[in-house]
Design a protein. Structure first.
Lengths: 533, 192
């Protein structure tokens, strides 16, 4: 039976059909749809598969590790920078090992369509010394989930599954199979206590497993050689989605080594090198494989890729730049249009964040040296015209902590703008630092009661923000709540000025539901009413 | 046989619904399909695009190569010009003629019309007016699909109509009927 599925949906359904018991994730483009699919899937609901959004990728990774410890299959999903957040748990899960299968899904974003960088999650798998899989198609993404869980349980190690935006958010027909049952509760009897004495033994065990991982990759049905036209002496290593672009360009004509499972099969690389006069490495993201192959073959072998300029060093692969590297490109027929202007995303008309920035800009205009440190969410768009309010946006939660550090150095006023979901993701610990150090910062938690930028998912701290701030020790008189509407400008600007002038930690919480989620809730309520009639 | 189609417009204009209908028709009629889209910008007024590839054979790249798009179907005139690098020499641009101005430096409508007129094959109509005339302002995207239908080639108009029924059935008969009317109006308008 075939279903039309996004890459993300294929991963989700593949996991459910592989007997998944829990998906742990924080929203992040382009991975968000995986958890949303599982939350809505009838079989997942029937089985009670755990799928509630987590506060951040670290709590997600750890919860998944706990489920694995108890013998069941768990999936962790995140965008590439989410790997940075869960790195501690992830790297050490390779030392503890796993019990029930554990798959870590990293959705990378070459070209940074909606991210701060284009880091390559395959480095993380290599860093932790665990296997990785990189599907070339939606069908492979579905099929590989069962294979990944099985490999994880055979090796007793987590397995990384790596996709990119262009696979995650592309739809194709997928042949689906019968679902497997979940695994029963079977609590691990090993001690996953990483005291040095125990950790050293477990680390030795991880090292001993490396040849087994290499063997699994060498024998993997997802890595395969294709021999093409007799005349061609160019070997092509095509990783993950790059395989599609190579096939688009040259069809059946190529000497291709398709790589979709790691560690990189070194013997296959050497064989390809021996049978050809040069190798082109086509990989989406960073030159992970290219650097490794340089190490396997040495500096003398003609190797082409991102590091040599045959493919662009930055940005995603496209059918065009791959065709060009293969010498078969077609130039555009028409020149680019002259009168097309950029149309960047904007805050919705009527969004509460607009009122927050209007108020901030108005009040701070009277202070010569202010800076507003921003964070990650819809409100990051406040950096663009018409508000142009932000001095920084670096990583989740950095608004508060950068504001603190700059205030420590003497900056005044030092203001942070953070969303409600980002605040519970990683703003709370920064606020605690500021409270303990009595820093002179003004924190604005712009609460739209949702995780907005990624499509309106639940926010972990909804209805708890004031209590959290008080619990962290912010003085009650300096936790102020307002409703960000144009008619409330006089009140909001007065409160902002008071709190900026207060030489300590202030938290202002402008709260108004995101207009998109509000509209969705209204639609759902209307539908419910219709059905109840 | 293949058909590569770029769908484009501004977030919120219903572009992805067009892709869904074509996709449903293609799948129902045994064609291979790949459809790549951008998420996130749809609610925030930015430009959106989808690469939709239909074929009787296996499709490799999810993205359409340059100079390969047989059709650019656009809900907005300036957006229709953003993808000229992908338009094939024999390709057609089917677009709404009404600008959606949500940026301060939107170009003069005449300049856009001039650039469109210079292309070998263009169909440009005020789909929103057509939809309003039918009292279904929210079905402008189906008018556009109707306009594009004769150029899709690899699918018949009847197959697209059936797909509209399937895709919108869960929203009730009234919505299905409104969308079919809009689609038919688009087909009629394009044939003039």
């Amino acid at each position: 039976m075939k279903r039309l599925l996004l890459g993300d949906e294929a991963i989700a359904l593949g996991a459910i059909h592989a007997g998944l018991s829990g998906v742990y994730a924080y929203p992040g483009t382009p991975s968000t749809e995986i958890t949303e699919f599982i939350q809505a899937d009838p079989l997942a609901r029937q089985r009670g598969i755990h799928s509630r959004w987590c506060s951040n990728e670290k709590t997600a990774m750890e919860a998944a590790l706990g489920m694995s410890y108890a013998g069941k299959r768990a999936l962790v999903c995140m965008k590439h920078v989410g790997m940075n957040v869960c790195a501690d748990a992830f790297v050490n899960s390779a030392i503890t090992g796993v019990h029930g299968g554990l798959v870590v899904l990293a959705a990378d974003d070459p070209s940074m369509h909606s991210s701060q960088n284009e880091q390559d999650s395959r480095f993380y798998a290599k860093f932790a010394m665990v296997p990785a899989m990189e599907p070339s198609s939606q069908q492979e993404a579905y099929d590989m989930m069962a294979a990944a869980f099985e490999l994880s349980e055979t090796l007793r190690e987590p397995v990384v599954m790596r996709v990119v935006t262009r696979l995650a958010h592309s739809r194709a027909a997928v042949e689906i199979t019968e679902p497997m049952n979940e695994k029963p509760l079977d609590v691990c009897t090993e001690r996953w206590v990483l005291l040095p004495g125990i950790a050293r033994k477990r680390y030795d065990s991880l090292i001993e497993k490396q040849p087994l991982m290499e063997q699994a990759a060498a024998q993997s049905p997802y890595n395969r050689r294709e021999t093409g036209a007799a005349g061609s002496k160019l070997g092509i290593v095509a990783c993950g989605i790059a395989y599609n672009y190579v096939k688009e360009a040259i069809g059946e004509g190529g000497n291709i080594l398709k790589v979709s499972q790691y560690p990189l099969p070194a013997d296959e690389i050497r064989r390809l090198a021996d049978e050809n006069e040069a190798i082109l490495v086509a990989e989406d993201g960073q030159p992970v494989v290219e650097e490794q192959i340089r190490g396997i073959l040495g500096a003398g072998y003609p190797l082409k890729g991102r590091l040599t300029g045959h493919l662009p060093r930055t940005g995603e692969l496209t059918p065009d730049n791959v065709a060009q590297a293969l010498g078969v490109s077609t130039a555009p027929t028409f020149p680019s249009a002259q009168h097309v202007a950029a149309r960047p995303p904007q805050l919705c008309q009527g969004c509460g964040h607009r009122d927050v920035y209007t108020a901030l800009n108005q009040v701070l205009a009277s202070y010569p040296d202010y800076r507003i440190f921003g964070d990650i969410g819809c409100y990051t768009l406040g950096a663009l015209p018409p508000f142009k309010a932000l001095a920084s946006c670096v990583d989740m939660g950095a608004s508060i902590t950068m504001a603190k550090g700059a205030a420590d150095a003497g900056l005044f006023p030092s203001v942070a703008v953070i969303g409600d979901s980002t605040f519970t993701h990683s703003g709370m610990t920064g606020l605690l630092d500021a409270v303990n150090d009595r820093s002179n910062i003004t924190v604005v938690i712009s609460d739209n009661l949702t995780t907005g930028m990624t499509g309106g998912q639940d926010s972990a701290g909804t209805h708890k923000l004031e209590a959290i701030c008080l619990g962290l020790g912010v003085e009650p008189e300096h936790v102020r709540t307002v409703v960000p509407l144009p008619k409330n400008m006089p009140e909001i600007t007065r409160i902002l000025k008071e709190e900026i002038d207060y030489p300590g930690v202030s938290v202002i919480i402008p709260r108004r539901e995101c207009i998109q989620t509000a509209a969705r809730h209204a639609r759902e309520a209307r539908k419910q009413k219709e059905e109840n009639k | 046989m293949k058909k590569d189609i770029i769908l484009c417009g501004v977030g919120g204009q219903g572009i992805l619904s067009i892709a869904t209908v074509i996709g449903e028709a293609a799948t129902r009629n045994g064609l291979c399909l790949k459809q790549a889209e951008v998420h996130g910008m749809s609610q925030r007024g930015g430009d959106v695009q989808s690469h939709l590839r239909l074929s009787t054979d296996e499709i490799w790249s999810d993205l359409i190569p340059h100079a390969s798009a047989d059709l650019v179907i656009s809900m907005e005139p300036m957006e229709s010009l953003r993808y000229l690098a992908w338009l094939s020499a024999n390709g057609t641009v089917v677009t709404s003629s009404k600008p959606f101005v949500n940026i301060p430096d939107y170009p003069d409508a005449e300049l856009l019309e001039g650039e469109l007129a210079a292309l070998p094959s263009v169909v440009s109509l005020d789909i929103e007016q057509i939809a309003r005339d039918l009292s279904s302002p929210r079905s402008a995207n189906m008018v556009l699909l109707g306009m594009a239908a004769p150029y899709i080639g690899i699918l018949q108009i009847e197959q697209l109509r059936d797909a509209i029924i399937t895709v919108f059935s869960r929203k009730g008969q009234a919505v299905v009927d409104a969308n079919l009317k809009a689609f038919d109006a688009g087909v009629a308008a394009a044939s003039k």
